[in-house]
Design a protein around this ligand. Structure first.
Ligand code: PLP
Length: 414
């Protein structure tokens, strides 16, 4: 069933109340007039900024990465109003197109990383007392520092080694809808999940599972927040033809889990690193998703030892037909968490609300980070960026194999 999501019916009270900041339009009025000091909108004179240029020693560059053009030097030290530094937005948009090729209209909003993105998404779409669907083992920082403090109720769904169980999701959403309608409450409309290198279990959701979960979300009109923090860090486990990530771990067998769940033996509660029973994991470093079928992604290219950018598994965003996927990317794991930089790819209406929300809580991510990283990826160019991604994947693959071997030997000894 194809139904394009109508975001105008979904805003939280906060989301509804957000209006385009007038300050941003005042800034636009005098854009390009560099001889003006735009103190009427609080923009200090760029001639007073202490740095006259930046240069950095970066991997894979013969020369220093230099930021010397006056407009960029000023932009790196000035406020960034709107969805982000335009040149970096362009780069991110090309990357999204290359990796996910969304078939629905989308826009990108830069944020100060993934957690900031998720916090803003929840603010504009959920009110205190609303329910959000999560994995039974959920990323603890999001539950503890974002969802629970905002007064969100959590609806955990059972998982197996391929991710959330679609049947359990369907049942829980049906039940929640009935309960919500009896109590005059809103039914759950948001699902939060981490499909690659799931935190804390490390598993990688199969593409087939994503399709099934997407269908259940369509049926119940639920939006999917796809937090794909480890997306670029996936690598092949050559012997098993599987995708693995650095955080990979094995969760118990799917059929047993499904059977347990159908027979009422499993009742999930919210779990985290601290409370996971260790015997549910075979190792801390291996993972477990079989390759999706050839119709879903290109055949595994065994001449290449890493997925790079072109052989990564299909995302929820890539299969979205209704604009119900809200994809969160972060540069934290690929470039470094210190930049505090990530972005949301979503329907244009939501993107503009998110940009307004970000304006309200930090006026925009760090301009210096955006200008610096844009300068780096421009200096690198596409090929060097992909080489960098491949080398990163190789490093985690090598380290993962060492840890896997050590863990296997250890478990044989016990
Ligand atoms: C699943 C997941 N999402 C998000 C983050 C944090 O991302 P960021 O630094 O971009 O806020 C982490 C970090 O551990 C994570 O594991």
């Amino acid at each position: 069933m194809r139904t394009t999501v109508d975001y105008d019916t979904l805003w939280s009270l906060e989301g509804k109340a957000l209006l385009p900041p007038s300050l941003a339009s005042f800034v636009q009025q005098f854009a390009g007039k560099e001889d003006l000091i735009r103190m009427h909108v609080g923009l200090p004179a760029s001639e007073t900024f202490p740095f006259l240029g930046f240069s950095a020693n970066a991997r894979r560059c013969d020369e220093l990465v230099a930021i010397s053009e006056p407009g960029s030097v000023s932009a790196a030290q000035q406020y960034s109003f709107g969805p982000g530094y335009p040149e970096l937005l362009k780069w991110a948009s090309n990357l999204v197109m290359r990796c996910h090729a969304p078939s629905v209209p989308y826009e990108i909003v830069m944020t100060a990383g993934a957690v900031h993105a998720i916090s803003n998404i929840v603010s504009v779409l959920a009110d205190r007392g609303d329910t959000i669907v999560i994995d039974e083992y959920a990323y603890v920082h999001v539950t503890e520092c974002v969802l629970l403090p905002k007064g969100i109720n959590l609806l955990p769904i059972c998982m197996d080694s391929h991710g959330m169980l679609p049947n359990h999701l369907d049942q829980q959403l049906s039940k929640a809808r009935l309960e919500a309608s009896a109590a005059g409450r809103k039914p759950p409309k948001l699902l939060y999940t981490v499909p690659s290198g799931h935190n804390p279990t490390g598993l990688i959701m199969t593409v087939e599972r994503k399709h099934k979960l997407y269908e259940v979300c369509q049926k119940h009109d639920v939006l999917i927040i796809e937090d794909d923090a480890y997306y670029w860090l996936q690598f092949y486990q050559q012997q098993k033809q599987q995708y693995v990530t650095a955080t990979g771990a094995h969760v118990e067998d799917e059929s047993r889990r499904e059977q347990d769940h159908n027979e009422g033996r499993s009742s999930p509660s919210v779990q985290s690193h601290m409370v996971v029973e260790s015997d549910r994991f075979t190792t801390a470093t291996t993972s477990c998703s079989s390759l999706p079928g050839p119709s879903e992604r290109p055949a595994l290219d065994m001449t290449s030892d890493t997925p790079g950018l072109s052989q990564l598994p299909s995302s929820f965003l890539s299969m979205d037909t209704d604009s119900r996927v809200i994809r969160v990317d972060t540069l934290s794991k690929l470039m470094g968490p210190g930049y505090r930089l990530g972005w949301v790819t979503c329907a244009p209406k939501l993107a503009s609300k998110l940009a307004m929300s970000v304006q309200g809580n930090c006026v925009g991510p760090s301009s210096l980070s955006m200008v610096l990283l844009e300068s780096l990826v421009r200096t690198w160019g596409e090929t060097t960026f992909e080489d960098f991604v491949r080398d990163t994947q190789r490093l985690y693959q090598r380290r993962g194999e060492v840890a896997f071997k050590a863990a296997t030997q250890q478990s044989l000894r016990v």
